[in-house]
Design a protein around this ligand. Sequence first.
Ligand code: GLA
Length: 375
Amino acid sequence: MLVQTPPMGFNTWNTFGADISEELITQTCDAMVEKGYRDAGYSYIVIDDCWMLAERDGDGRLVADPVKFPHGMKYLADYIHARGMKFGIYSCAGLRTCQDLPSSFGHEFEDARTFAEWGVDFLKYDFCNFPERADCTLAYHTMSMALKASGRDILFSACQWGHFEPWKWMRSIGVHMYRSTGDINDSYVSIRDIAESQFQNLKFNASGCFNDPDMLVVGMYGKGNVGMGSAPTDEEYRTHFALWCLMGVPLIIGGDVRKIDGFCRDLLLNRELIAIDQDPDCREPFLVGNRGGHRPVFLRHMADGTFVIGMFNLTDNRSRMPFLFPDAGLPWHSGVGLELTDVFTGENLGIRRDDFSPVLEPHTCKLYRARLVTL
Ligand code: GLA
């Protein structure tokens, strides 16, 4: 199976937009290796929009911009493969990409062959300039088939922004991950709104095909293509990453891995959190409660028989976060409790059997590993 657990990697768009180059990609690849991202599981390096020339060549093939990418795409694929990683590229289901460059509508099979020749392992496939009278499902299915026919295993990442409830049909046409929302930006409100919009759709997640609520903005600190000037706090980035991991969705870094350091690098490399994201059972978290709204408390069943409890205070006020055991399938008379360990600090909180209601500051979260204990 090409995609057992949510794909992990890096994408150029959030930080660099159109300002991409061969040097950026080779430096990013080196940084992914040297700073531990590759070994933590981030395997795909994806070049987003703006890699191609404004026109196809005489044979109708897409051409990499020779100023930005002087040695062409095969060179980059080889560079990335030699360092044990995988190479991703971008095209679009419409007539032009979102930045008005040539796109794959009507060229699916030739473009998929080109990508395969270049050694591409991942295709992000956008939705701009899609003809009003064309069929969206058919267009994505056509590219899915073109990739299958290309002779190479290529992960198909459909970027269709959640139109027409993609969680209901993307799996059936062979897609491996599908964008379920509009574009994220580097702000707490964007992170919160995107996450909350997908809590109900995670039940469709399973090995083979995953809901993609867009790339991470961790470590951007207000700068870059989707930077908003004012930056989220470290705590807000932690909430962002914890939400994505608990939801079990793709982890695609959008910050500049060459420069991210300290808190955000540790966060992105946090093995406990990545293990939650990559749990082989791929179960969606169960919503235990959401008192007053924007205070979701989840319980996620893990493959090894433990659980993860996630509490997110997404409000602007300090809030008590009640975890009522009967609401999580543990009635008072069960004779069973939960031994809790804080995922971030490693602190063992002992065995709980009654209400467990920590108070959380605004925009912060708590994650606990929980183990059933017979009392
Ligand atoms: C759309 C996508 C983004 C990015 C840009 C590139 O907005 O949703 O993720 O790929 O296009 O132009």
